[in-house]
Design a binder for this molecule. Structure first.
Ligand code: 5RP
Length: 236
């Protein structure tokens, strides 16, 4: 399996490679989901196969679990690993406080559980994900299928009193059918444009029955690594 990126993937590749500086022999590592995290898994596999690195990976999606196995990274469930030394994952947006929006790839629930069960979370991104205020990227909210339209209406109602610039909520689709997460849930994307108070919003959303989790990652991320298309790397 190649680990040589094309120019478009260069930014993702260099941030993924730099994140592996945080990996030490024997670590239990949360493996994120998405195209940037996939580069990290491929590079980690190379370290396992070529350098004899011994790690245990806890994947955050079925996709990542399959890739990890293909790359030779030993995998375990979070139940087996219990607590992790490090999680490396991508993000859809990050702000100056290292607050994140995640879930563009639909794996936010497992990603948040795994990152929260880790001593450290390193986020791998490119510069396009850096924002002054979260919210330009639609905020994913995972909801259970039962009564999802009622849940959507309650979310819309809760947004009326919120410091946000947009309030439309859409059901995520996959080939004209509702997108389903690994848990069989649905995703509602909240088009908020600007989130004035992410903490308040996260609390309000998670109080609505039917909401499983939201894509705001607050006080979870420790380090953001930004790759550039020219191969440069910046660490926050
Ligand atoms: C998946 C995620 C991803 O980390 C996020 O969507 C970034 O993906 P990519 O690295 O492909 O841009 O949150 O649920």
């Amino acid at each position: 399996m190649t680990t040589k990126p094309n120019p478009i993937d260069m930014a993702k590749y260099v941030s993924a490679r730099r994140a592996l500086d945080y990996v030490q022999d024997g670590m239990r590592i949360g493996l994120g989901t998405g195209s940037t995290a996939a580069w990290m898994v491929r590079c980690l596999g190379e370290m396992v196969r070529q350098d004899g690195l011994r790690v245990t990976g806890v994947p955050t999606s079925a996709r990542t679990a399959e890739l990890a196995r293909q790359c030779g990274v030993p995998v375990a469930t979070l139940e087996d690993a219990k607590w992790l030394d490090l999680t490396i994952d991508g993000a859809d947006e990050f702000d100056p406080d290292l607050s994140l929006i995640k879930g563009g790839g639909g794996a936010l629930l497992q990603e948040k559980i795994v990152a929260t069960a880790s001593d450290m979370m390193v986020v791998i991104t490119d510069k396009s994900k850096q924002v002054d205020h979260l919210g330009a990227f639609p905020l994913p909210v995972e909801v259970i299928p039962f009564g999802w339209q009622t849940t959507k209406a309650l979310i819309e109602e809760s947004l009326i009193g919120m410091d946000v610039a947009g309030r439309s909520v859409t059901l995520r689709l996959n080939r004209d059918a509702p997108y389903r997460t690994d848990e069989g849930n649905m995703i509602l994307d909240l088009h908020l444009r600007r989130i004035g108070n992410p903490r308040q919003l996260a609390l309000v959303l998670n109080q609505i029955p039917g909401v499983v989790e939201n894509g705001l990652f607050l006080d979870i991320c420790d380090v953001v690594i930004m790759g550039g298309a020219d191969g440069s790397v910046e660490v926050r």
